[in-house]
Design a protein around this ligand. Structure first.
Ligand code: ADP
Ligand code: MG
Length: 240
């Protein structure tokens, strides 16, 4: 579903990604972790074309992200992305937030988009909040809306960038529960997160990044039992 081959990216002399390669099969859940500044956000943003890269190749479902002929807005419509800070439209109601891209990007009718949005809102346990505005919801609720909004586009895979990092601790699980359900339903997911409990329960593989490189890419059992690099061992020792 996602293939990342020898991707490198630099800002001037600064190498933010160096020769990164991995792939994610259909239905697989990959957790990406590593220290702050190691390139995790940059890597997943490259996957849906939010960040350009200078060398290597990324394909999503066979479509080359770096190819100038690729229609990036069409690709992004198929790749759901959830950010740390929710990124909901503050001046729109929850239902409007859920409907807008369905109408503008996919050309769905307003009614159909509203219907689909409400169904997904129900699925994340927030049907009662439909007419509220983002600012009236808790962080955990806003993040669940953001996930529902991404799902409304019928994505072929989902990218998460530290979806629980901005949340108060008591709200983390309500978001992880939604992500766990999604994974169990077979969604292909690439999740940047430091929630190692989630990684242990849900991930198939864990990628560890350091200084722009993928230093470990292992089955989760192997990663947790015996990380190969010293850097990953130190990292795990600190956060577990
Ligand atoms: P992570 O998500 O692992 O914390 P990022 O992918 O956000 O890391 O960033 C990786 C590195 O790239 C960081 O050192 C960051 O400062 C640098 N970086 C990110 N965006 C830019 C930019 N636009 N210009 C220069 N450096 C950047
Ligand atoms: Mg980041």
């Amino acid at each position: 579903m996602i293939k990342i081959a020898n991707v490198s990216k630099h800002y001037g002399d600064f190498k933010v990604l160096t020769d990164c390669s991995t792939s994610v099969s259909k239905g697989e859940v990959i957790v990406v972790c590593g220290p702050s500044g190691s390139g995790k956000s940059t890597l997943i943003k490259c996957v849906n074309g939010l960040e350009p890269f200078q060398s290597g190749e990324i394909t999503v479902n066979g479509i080359s992200v770096g190819d100038p002929k690729t229609n990036l807005s069409k690709l992004r419509a198929q790749v759901g992305m959830v950010f740390q800070n929710f990124e909901l439209f503050p001046h729109m109601s929850i239902t409007q937030n859920l409907a807008i891209a369905q109408v503008k990007v996919l050309g769905r009718k307003q009614d159909e988009a509203m219907d689909k949005g409400l169904k997904l809102l129900d699925r994340v346990g927030l049907k009662a909040q439909a007419d509220k505005f983002p600012g009236q919801l808790s962080g955990g609720q806003q993040q669940r809306v953001a996930i529902a909004r991404a799902l409304a586009m019928d994505p072929i895979c989902m990218l998460f960038d530290e979806p629980t990092s901005a949340l108060d601790p008591e709200m983390v699980n309500e978001v992880l529960d939604v992500m766990t359900e999604l994974a169990q339903e077979g969604m292909t997911m690439m999740c940047v997160t430091h929630e190692m409990g989630f990684a242990r329960r849900v991930a198939n593989r864990v990628i560890f990044m350091d200084h722009g490189r993928i230093v470990e890419d292992d089955a989760k059992e192997a990663f947790f039992a015996n990380p190969r690099s010293e850097r990953a061992q130190q990292f795990l020792a600190k956060i577990l």
